[in-house]
Write a new protein. Structure first.
Length: 179
């Protein structure tokens, strides 16, 4: 009899697309996880079981796949959701944080009234690569006075060093899979 292992079922649903977006890169695609209702529910339940008794106030998701899983996690935990968006996408007064990419830089923004000082926040995205986006998002939340409890993601690419940098910044990191 085969054992029921949600972590393994979700892992097997993550698709690898070779040479995308450029030759030599293996893109980890969570789309199949999201398309399969059973698998998507297992993914969310894995996170819910970790965070249901953490005393969180909000979930903050990073543009764009962090919105998909973060908003569902927030809903299931009966918490509000805070979008952290790419520059120029939020309509109200914002504060921004620049970060470096492999080729250039980018900026993420958050509404100035998105969090209150002292609120306990779960920061979530689909993947940690170089860590730049997650670090910038964490700095934004902290600048507004929030306590970022943990940075969470489905996938970690440890060879790119992002999760290590996030931990070195003093933030706890939780990922489900390493590739």
């Amino acid at each position: 009899m085969q054992q029921y292992n949600p972590l393994e079922i979700v892992r097997q649903s993550i698709r690898t697309i070779h040479d995308w977006p450029k030759p030599g890169v293996d893109f980890r695609d969570i789309t199949p996880v999201l398309q399969d209702p059973r698998c998507f529910r297992m993914l969310i339940d894995i996170f819910i079981s970790r965070y249901m008794r953490q005393g969180l106030d909000l979930v903050a998701g990073v543009d764009a796949r962090g919105f998909i899983i973060g908003s569902v996690i927030a809903y299931e935990l009966n918490l509000g959701f805070v979008p952290i968006r790419k520059k120029g996408k939020l309509p109200f007064e914002t504060v921004g944080e620049d970060y470096n990419l492999e080729y250039g830089s980018a900026t993420v923004e958050i509404h100035t009234d998105a969090v209150k000082p002292g609120q306990r926040i779960l920061l979530i995205d689909d993947l940690i690569a170089t860590g730049g986006t997650m670090l910038a998002a964490s700095r934004l939340l902290r600048r507004l006075g929030a306590n970022v409890v943990e940075a969470a993601a489905i996938i970690d690419l440890p060879a790119l060093g992002g999760s290590k940098l996030i931990r070195e910044s003093g933030l706890n990191v939780k990922t489900l899979y390493e590739f």
